[in-house]
Design a protein. Structure first.
Ligand SMILES: [Zn+2]
Length: 396
């Protein structure tokens, strides 16, 4: 067996225990404090050269190289989405129980399994007495699920030569994804008693016309990532009574863009269409959703709901070198895919850091009550961080 895989196998029980502990520690976005502490403790126990937290609560562990090559960031987020009704789960969402060779629970696939595998995998290098050329940073970020505040903050002070994002890829190498933006369309009318609708201006009719014409908007397409999409999701009014004409209604649009699209250009199209749909004296506006984010460290900031799309060119040397390193470790060249969902990779790439993605976790389990990670895949995946750390910190 390959040396790195043998080393990964030798820490099987430790990786499983860490993954279970992370799954058993709830960490909704903005509430990652306990998981951050667990990761910090684990990094210290594994002999990382430095472990630090920043203002927003990200944890960064450093394994120093010899200084002879570019640095590498292995990035994973600590937050999870809400599990919903625990009764809908086959096993308790925060149980971290082992069944049928898998660890079950919220975040197992997205992405506490990956985090456990990365935290231990990087430490294998020291166990084997290997010193990489460049420095290795393991970055555990906050608030990815709500827009990526943690990684956006990291890009301000952590500037590696390249980054690997550990979102679920089922052992494939990911080189991009569509972006995700949330747009709010508001129509204002005039609220009156529902018994005299003719005296008011009911915004629903304008919005109904607008929704009916959404398909007229021109969306982009990418030869690798496929077409962009735009979907109405939430629909809200300013009323809670069924016998009142609302004064305002708002519609949320989920836009998955492709590289080359611009939010401003789409917003201009949306505003033009909305203007054509206005009736009964209603007015309308459209903008990116802005929300207030609060970190577990107490920092409050306004964030636009925006994950940029990204694509690493097929001929980028990072892809070839990562593919070769993974082939040496796992015995087969991993397929190259585009993720179907948005990740912190878009923020890293936008800031000028080239990004690839890799994880042993299966994307189909993410955000579902089937959330789990196969233990064999988790353990084998521990060969990835050390393989990529060696290969990608060598001078090209
Ligand atoms: Zn994720």
């Amino acid at each position: 067996m390959n040396t790195l895989l043998a080393a990964a196998e030798s820490v099987r029980s430790a990786v499983v225990a860490t993954c279970q502990r992370l799954v058993q520690t709830p960490s909704l976005s903005g509430e990652e404090g306990a998981v951050a502490a667990a990761i910090r403790d684990q990094m210290q126990a594994l002999g990382y050269d430095e472990v630090a937290s920043d203002e927003v609560g990200n944890v960064v562990g450093l394994m120093r190289g010899t200084g002879g090559g570019p640095s590498l960031e292995l990035n994973g987020h600590m937050d999870v989405v809400d599990p919903g009704d625990p009764a809908a789960w086959p096993y308790p969402p925060y149980g971290g129980e082992v069944h049928d060779g898998a660890i079950w629970g919220r975040g197992a696939s997205d992405m506490k399994g990956s985090l456990a595998s990365i935290v231990h995998g990087v430490a294998l290098l020291r166990q084997l007495g290997i010193r990489t050329a460049g420095d290795i940073y393991v970055a555990a970020a906050v608030m990815e699920e709500t827009g990526g505040l943690g990684t956006i903050h990291l890009t301000g002070h952590l500037r590696p030569g390249a980054a690997v994002v550990g979102e679920a890829s089922d052992g494939a190498l990911a080189r991009g994804h569509r972006g995700r933006y949330e747009i709010v369309v508001r129509v204002k009318g005039r609220s009156v008693h529902a018994s005299v609708p003719q005296q008011g201006a009911n915004p629903h009719y304008t919005m109904a016309t607008f929704i009916g014409r959404l398909a007229e908007l021109r969306l982009g397409s990418d030869p690798f990532l496929g077409p962009a999409s735009l979907a109405p999701t939430l629909y809200l009014t300013d009323q809670r009574s069924g016998n009142v004409i609302p004064g305002e209604c708002s519609l949320h649009l989920d836009w998955r863009d492709v590289p080359g699209d611009s939010p401003d250009a789409l917003l201009a199209q949306i505003r033009a269409l909305l203007a054509e749909c206005l009736r009964d004296g209603c007015t309308g506006e459209a903008e990116l959703l802005v929300y207030e984010a609060r970190t577990y460290t107490g920092l409050v900031t306004s964030m636009a709901s925006a994950f940029p799309s990204f694509i690493l060119p097929a001929g980028h040397p990072l892809l070839a070198r990562a593919g070769a390193a993974l082939e040496r470790t796992f015995g087969a060249r991993p397929p190259v895919i585009g993720w179907s969902f948005a990740t912190d990779g878009g923020h890293l790439m936008k800031s000028g850091i080239p990004v690839i993605g890799y994880s042993p976790a299966q994307p189909d389990f993410a955000h579902t009550v089937e959330d789990r990670i196969e233990i064999d895949a988790l353990v084998r995946g521990g060969g990835m961080p050390s393989a990529l750390a060696q290969a990608l910190t060598q001078e090209a």
